[in-house]
Design a binder for this molecule. Structure first.
Ligand code: IPM
Ligand code: MG
Length: 359
């Protein structure tokens, strides 16, 4: 049966990087006879401009019918003054929660060719290969009550709620342990159990789930220490599992270890491995429209889609190998450029991947 992929370019550099990922997917699917069709849709500011909402009914229907979703990025200064309920980011959060995409996989891999691009010393980051498993549909991002209220004395007070049920913690813990079983069999659970009751429960539940995985070594770390360890000695980690907000923050840090935030892909999976795939970076409005954004995180997200939702391991590996070849050949977008390399545009990087796939 033909697989249906909804493509949501979104805002800022979104359309530019998505075009390159679709280019790569078109080549690999044709070459390997994979029956896939691509259908564009609107999300974020692009959707707000047409429908007055960042996650319109039409897009909801599209993503519900799709087998997988490929997304660029959302947000930008144009929509920053809108009410928070209709800001572009709400579209992305709505998509994650509507589809129940609770398991967010963010692999931070340093390509050996990019050791010089990282701001950390090569000996600290060389060979880095870690996986952040971020809970994506709960925690403080979605907790109720939330808002800004006016106190009796007339002062405003903002409030959000950090909330996790045992079942939410349990299922993300299972995801993390199962991923670790296919890697180096180490899980580090990140919390703030010394201060927050909610994450004390997190630690208890993760520990309990860990008993069903005797082949995986479980450790726990407070989030402040984890942030420090990520820049001090990142290679100590294999799989890190953490809550929605901590995962948001730690994955940006992990991205920089790999040379550029433009290198990190992600997969957001539901209980049946239906998934949404997007780079972890944002819409980068400062460089949008210039054709200089790095499309590799999005191209690698497309590769994750082939691997996790469609079980097309060979196709996924071929894309990853093509990324290696393009980097070996010296192609670099501005964010990963270093002296002596060949600086290319967004589209030229996409072409280099296509050429490597065909070569
Ligand atoms: C991410 C982004 C999003 C998040 C924003 C755009 C809502 O930062 O995917 O990491 O906070 O989850
Ligand atoms: Mg983020």
């Amino acid at each position: 049966m033909t697989k249906k992929i909804t493509v949501l370019p979104g805002d800022g550099i979104g359309p530019e990087i998505i075009a390159e990922a679709v280019k790569v997917l078109a080549v690999i699917t044709a070459d390997m006879n994979l029956a896939m069709v691509f259908e564009d849709g609107l999300i974020g500011g692009a959707a707000y401009d047409v429908f007055g909402t960042p996650f319109p009914e039409q897009t909801i229907a599209q993503v519900q019918e799709a087998d997988a979703i490929l997304l660029g990025a959302v947000g930008g200064p144009k929509w920053e003054s809108l009410d928070i309920s209709v800001r572009p980011e709400k579209g992305l959060l709505g998509l994650r929660s509507t589809l129940g995409l609770f398991a967010n996989l963010r692999p931070a891999v340093l390509y050996p060719q990019l050791e010089q691009a990282s701001t950390l010393k090569p000996e600290v980051v060389s060979g880095l290969d870690l996986m952040i498993v971020r809970e994506l549909t709960g925690g403080i991002y979605f907790g109720q009550p939330r808002g800004v209220r006016v106190l009796e004395n007339g002062e405003k007070q903002g409030f959000n709620t950090l909330v996790y049920s045992e079942s939410e913690i349990r299922r993300i813990a299972h995801s993390a342990f199962q991923i670790a079983q296919k890697r180096n069999r180490k899980v580090c659970s990140v919390d703030k159990a010394n201060v927050l009751e909610c994450t004390e429960l997190w630690r208890q539940v993760v520990t309990e789930v860990g008993k069903s995985y005797p082949d995986v070594a479980l450790s726990h770390m407070y989030v402040d220490n984890a942030a420090m360890q990520l820049v001090r000695a990142p290679k100590q980690f294999d799989v890190m599992v953490t809550s929605n907000m901590f995962g948001d923050i730690l994955s940006d840090t992990a991205a920089m270890l790999t040379g550029s935030i433009g290198m990190l892909p992600s997969a957001s999976l539901d209980a049946n491995n239906k998934g949404m795939y997007e780079p972890i970076h944002g819409s980068a409005p400062d460089i949008a429209g210039q054709g200089i954004a790095n499309p590799l995180a999005t191209i690698l997200s497309a590769s994750m889609m082939l691997r996790y939702t469609f079980n097309e391991t060979e196709a996924a590996e071929r894309i990853e190998a093509a990324v290696h070849s393009a980097l070996d050949a010296g192609f670099r977008t501005a964010d990963i450029y270093s002296e002596g390399m060949h600086k290319v545009s967004t589209a030229q990087m996409g072409d280099a991947i296509v050429a490597a796939l065909k070569g």
